[in-house]
Every structure is written in C-alpha cells, then in structure tokens.
Design a protein around this ligand. Structure first.
Ligand code: ADP
Ligand code: MG
Length: 689
C-alpha cells in the first residue's frame, strides 16, 4: 500500500519550486494531489471542419499550414504571429501574441491539429492563440483535458503533469476506501479507476461514472461523521434548568413585543433547557429577524438557574454590539455581563477572568478569545455561538469543554432550505425564525446599469443631505481571467481604487472612508466606530471583511458590479441597511455584459426580501451550473460534491448512512472497517462538516 501522506515533493517532476506553488493551492501531500479535482474539462477530442465553425466556440480543427508564419512587432514588447491554415472546406487565420517559439515549431505544408476559440466576421475565420499537436500526437489536443483551479504562476500543463505522475506513482497500490458490498450494491467504480478517470476521462460517460463514486464517498463520509457526532452528544447527560425560572419575566422587560416566530423558538429552547438532555440546537433566522434577543433570554434562564452563559461572536464589533444589547436588559435584572476580546487590556482581562472563575460575572460575550486556555468558568451552563460561517465543530467543542455538557445554541443568518438543513446539520436540532419584527420597512431594491450612474449618485447625495449614511461594497479586483486571486491583495486593490474614485471624483464634498481585510483590527474598529457615530458619510469595503454591524442610520447599500456576487451574498449585504426607522434602499449596479443568470439573480433580489425564498432560488440557479463556492454560504466545503447539483445523491446517501448506522452503530463490523477509517479521518479534520 502506498503512503498518501508523503510530501508532494516526492512526485516525479515536482521540485522544491513547484512544490511551493502546489502548497499555495493547498496541496501538500501525494493524497492532496490525486484528489485535486479538475474544475472543468475541455473537450478537445472532437474535430470540426473549418466551414462548420461558429463564433465563440472552442474546438479542434485539423488543417494544413498554407503560409509562412509571419512575425510582426506591433508595439514594444508585443509581437504578433500570424499563419493561414486550410482544410478541404475552408481557410482560417491563426494568431498568437508574444509566442515567438511558434515560428520554429509550425512548418508550412505540414498538417496539425489546432485547438482554440473561434472568432468570425464576414470576411474571415480566426483562431487566437491556439494550442496544437502534430498529427498522431496527443499532447494538447485529441482528448478531454482537465482544467484545474490554479494560480497564474502554475500552468495547467504543470499541474496536469504532476497529477499524471502522481497517479502513475500510486497505481494499483492505493487502498480502497469504500467496502466492497457498497461498491457492488450501488454500482460504483473502485477508487483507483475513479481517480484515473476523473482526471483523464476518455469520454463524458467515464467522467460521470468516476464522479459518481467520488461524490458518493464524500457525501457518505460526511453523513456518517454527522451521525457519529450526534451520537456522541446525545449520550451525554446535560443540565436540566429550573422550571421555576420563567422566560416570561425577562420577556416582559423588553421594549418591544416578540414575534410569533421568536416565541415559538423560545418555547423549543425552553423545553430543551429544562430537559436533562444536553441541548444542541441550530437557530436559523434571516438578518434582522431578532436572534440576539433570543440568545439573551436563554442566557437569562441559564443564569437565574445558577449557571453562567458564554456568547461567542465572529468579530469584535459584533461582540461589542451584543454586549450593549444584553446589558440594557439583563443588568437591571441583576445579571453581570462582560466583554472579552483579543484586544482586551491585561488588567481588565485579569479582572474578567477572576470574575468568571468566582462566578460574579454571569454572562461572558466575546470573540475567539473565549476559547483560550486561561478562560475558566465557575459553572458554565450555556454556550451560544453567533456564526457568520459555521465555526468548526472543534471550536464549538472547545468552548463547550469549559463546562460540563453545557447546552449549546448555534445561531446562523444563513438561510438554508429546510431540506438541506436537515441533512447538513444532522448533528443539531433546528429552530427557524421565519418572520421579521413588525413595522420593518421593506428595503427597496433597484438594479441599475452603468448608464444610470449619475442618477444613482444624485440619489446618494440626497440621502446624505437628509442625514443618512451609505455603504458601498465593491467586488475583488480580478487581475486576469482564470487566475485565483490572492484575496487580501485583491481586496486592498479593489477598496483603494473604489475609495479613490468616490473620494476624489464623485463625492469630494463628503466624508468617504474605507475598511479592508488587511487593516489592523484596531484601525478597522476605529473606522467602524466612526461610521457608527455618523462621522463618516460613505463607507467603502469589499466582502473580505464582514461589516455585519448595526448602524440604523445607514439607509443605502450600493453594490458595485453586483453581477459578480452570489444571491446569498447579495442578500446578506442588503441586510446591513433597513435596521432603523428610515426607508432603506439597495442599489445593485451591474455591467451591461452581465450573464443571464446574473440578471435572474438581480430580478430575484428586486422581487423578494425573504431569505428563504432567496435561498431556494439560489439553489435553483446554481443547479444550472453557476458556481460560487460554498464558503460564503457557511455550508461545508467539499472537494468534489456540489450540494446544488448533487442534491438527489445527497438524499439517497443519507438513507444509506442511516441504514448503515441502524445496523452497525460505531462501525464496528468487519465489513465496515474501511468506512470506520474514512469517518475517523473526516472527524479528525478540524473543519466544519
Ligand atoms: P439578527 O437576527 O440579525 O441577529 P438582531 O438580533 O440584531 O437580528 O435584531 C435586529 C434588531 O431588531 C435589533 O435592534 C433588535 O433589538 C430588534 N428586534 C428584535 N426583535 C424584535 C421585535 N420582536 N420587535 C421589534 N424589534 C425587534
Ligand atoms: Mg445577529
């Protein structure tokens, strides 16, 4: 058996330089490399006649060179190579830029296979920068080519070669990961074949068959791992909180009436808390649906029953905001709340830690700082995590470990269709707040093209003059097509460019500031604080930093190049306005070259403010092949499965997982030995499942 954990450097043709580049793609081991799956494929196997070519398509032609390759200097540092080729149906011009070596390789009178994108006008057919092979060769054409996610420093050919060599190295020495009985029952291919075919398929059929097996494996291991986690949390005896502590006592102190949805969810939580079983509940609710107050009421119940509560938020700003909200209601009721951040000063920190240890501080709110070893509770009974993206299972476990089987409430603003949530969050019970507090003004949403820029700017002026504030969100700068950008760098560039434009060109008379990912946290907080205090009119950022703060005075959200954002993301961004008494607006600027799916997304945004409707639509649109990655969704990251495309598979895999579990809890049977290993590996990874 081969050791897949060995360094990728041991693969033939991978030296230290290339290894470093592969590392930057997250490939460190042999195993990483063979499971670095293609992003898409280019079918260069079908040869077309020149007369049949249509503009825009990418195809292979077989043609003879009928001219010399002419080399022209068109600018400093820019040479153009040109050649004419013919088959028995027509003529085509080939052009290359700066690829002078082509002149040595392509010979007049010889026939080659060329693959490239077709451009066509009335008088001529052209192919730009085609790749080519001599007839009989199959290096670059004549087959289905895998295209990998890459950086510009690492060419497709280099990755392809590395993958090819790694597969040769592994050969039949790879250990099968699925039990034989599953392979035959579900007509799945063995691992070795699947890996070979997913990278280098000879036909679409082969690729589909290979993908099926790999997706099955990935989804099954996730489902089994979730069941295992659920099992682990279930067996533990938790805290039964006092039935004499009434949530209604704090509810009566609130300055507003809770919505029906909030009350229903609180009832579910109350029941969990009073039961001896440890609570493991996911609370889903759209931005602004009022999750914080629910957490606060749960904290009240825990504290008045003699326990402490911890609330973990993803950013310092959000944690601070939570503290203010908690203090307003809970302190008058005799409950002491404190805030612990990474930046909390030593003296204050020590006081807090002491108060926690002796129980005088009853509610601790903070960031990841809560997980550190020094934080010791007197009697922690409730853990709340407010998650933009899911904290890893391990992180949640780390904070829970500070109590004895405390109740856990996970809050998320990511609306996931219920069907999907039930499957993905199999380790948690689910509550949903599906209603916004009353009297919320609907956020008016407009999609506008570049032509209307001036009107938009006038509109922004009008709002600022009325005393309101504006968010501007811009997308990351895409340096080159096909290039995975360094997020932080692209973020900085994008923000700088847009901020400058707004500061100097469009709104020289207003106070424009920016926040970006690389900023020091203290500076970031300072700018956010200023925005909160109304000292800044326009705040520019990308989505790299989350500005999920509550600024009720901000009434306009402008999203530049909104066609480049996913639906869920647009919805999250929009949720930053409409938090106060003012009519709020979301302006989606788009490029007129925007795709059909892009237009659909904007249409949906204009039609509805309901996060769950948007999530369903997102699912549907993604099914059509649009893919944004799952990170921004807070959904688990998969190497190959796509939750949108593979929903039917996910459903059937879930029933397979349940069946396996019913028969063999803990995967102890000999026939499930491989599964046991697979699941343990999955659980070892410190990631959200
Ligand atoms: P989210 O679910 O996005 O975390 P928040 O908890 O921040 O939402 O609530 C948004 C705002 O709505 C807060 O200012 C909160 O005080 C207020 N709020 C929450 N519930 C209600 C309600 N039932 N009626 C009126 N306002 C509410
Ligand atoms: Mg919140």
């Amino acid at each position: 058996m081969i050791d897949l954990s060995q360094n990728v450097q041991f693969v033939k043709g991978v030296g230290p330089n290339r290894a470093a580049l592969l590392n930057s793609l997250g490939i460190y081991t042999l195993g990483d490399l063979i499971t670095y799956f293609p992003r898409e494929y280019e079918d260069r196997s079908k040869v077309k006649k020149i007369a049949e070519l249509t503009p825009g398509e990418e195809v292979t032609i077989e043609a003879t060179v009928t001219s010399e390759v002419i080399l022209k200097k068109i600018r400093k540092n820019m040479t153009l190579l040109k050649a004419t080729v013919e088959d028995n149906t027509g003529m085509c011009t080939l052009t290359w830029f700066n690829q002078t070596y082509v002149k040595q390789q392509i010979k007049r009178g010889q026939t080659y296979r060329f693959f490239g994108k077709v451009e066509k006008n009335l008088t001529q057919t052209e192919m730009r920068s085609p790749i080519y092979d001599e007839i009989g060769q199959q290096k670059n054409t004549g087959k289905i080519m895998p295209i990998y996610p890459s950086t510009y420093k690492l060419s497709q050919t280099a990755i392809r070669q590395a993958v090819e060599n790694s597969l040769k190295m592994v050969g039949s020495k790879i250990e099968e990961t699925l039990p034989d009985y599953l392979l035959s029952e579900y007509h799945l291919e063995d691992l070795e074949t699947s890996l070979q075919k997913i990278h280098f398929p000879n036909s679409d059929g082969e690729r589909i068959q290979a993908r099926k097996r790999l997706v099955f494996e990935e989804l099954l291991s996730m489902q089994l791992a979730l069941l295992e986690l659920k099992e682990q949390t279930k067996v533990e005896e938790g805290i039964g909180y006092s039935k004499d502590v009434k949530m209604s006592d704090v509810i009566n102190q609130l300055p507003f009436k809770l919505t029906k949805a909030q009350l229903r969810v609180l009832e579910e939580i109350d029941k969990d808390m009073e039961s001896k079983k440890a609570m493991n509940r996911l609370l889903q609710g759209d931005v602004g649906s009022g999750k914080t107050v629910v957490a606060m009421i749960a904290a009240y119940k825990a504290v008045k029953s003699g326990y402490q509560a911890a609330v973990m938020a993803p950013t310092a700003i959000l944690a601070t905001q939570h503290l203010e909200e908690f203090q307003k209601i809970l302190e008058p009721m005799g409950i002491k709340c404190a805030l612990l951040l990474g930046a909390t000063k030593k003296k204050e920190r020590e006081e807090i830690l002491e108060g926690l240890a002796n129980g005088t501080i009853q509610v601790l709110i903070g960031t990841h700082a809560l997980i550190t070893d020094k934080v010791i509770f007197h009697k922690l009974g409730l853990v709340v995590t407010d998650e933009q993206h899911r904290f890893g299972v391990r992180q949640r476990a780390a904070i829970s470990a500070k109590g004895v089987n405390p109740d856990v409430l996970v809050m998320t603003a990511t609306p996931i269709p219920r069907t999907l949530a039930l499957i993905l969050y199999g380790d948690l019970d689910i509550s949903i707040i599906d209603e916004l507090p009353p009297n919320r003004k609907k956020i008016e949403t407009f999609a506008v093209s570049k032509r209307m820029e001036e009107r938009v700017n006038n509109f922004i002026c009008k709002n600022i003059d009325e005393g309101r504030q504006i968010y501007v969100v811009c997308p990351l700068v895409e340096e080159k097509e096909d290039e995975e950008v360094d997020e932080q760098k692209a973020d900085l560039k994008a923000v700088k460019e847009w901020t400058e434009k707004y500061q100097k060109e469009i709104f020289p008379n207003y106070r424009v500031e920016c926040v970006y990912g690389k900023m020091k946290p203290s500076e970031k907080d300072k700018v956010m604080e200023q925005f909160k205090n109304g000292e800044i009119d326009i705040l520019v950022s990308t989505t790299v930093i989350e500005v999920g703060v509550n600024v009720p005075n901000a009434s306009v959200m402008v999203i530049e190049n909104s066609e480049r954002f996913g639906l869920a993301q647009l919805h999250q961004l929009r949720g930053r306005v409409g938090r106060g008494e003012y009519q709020s607006y979301c302006i989606l600027k788009y490029d007129s070259h925007c795709s059909q799916v892009g237009r659909e997304r904007m249409k949906t945004m204009q039609e509805t403010n309901d996060g769950f409707v948007i999530a369903e639509k997102d699912l549907e649109l993604r099914g059509t092949g649009e893919f944004f990655g799952t990170k921004q969704h807070g959904l688990p990251d998969f190497k190959i499965a796509n939750l949108f495309v593979d929903m039917p598979m996910l459903k059937s895999v879930q029933s397979v997982a349940l069946k396996i579990e019913a028969e063999d809890k803990g995967l102890k049977l000999e026939k499930n030995k491989r599964l046991c290993k697979l699941v343990n590996n999955r659980l070892k990874q410190n990631v959200a499942l």
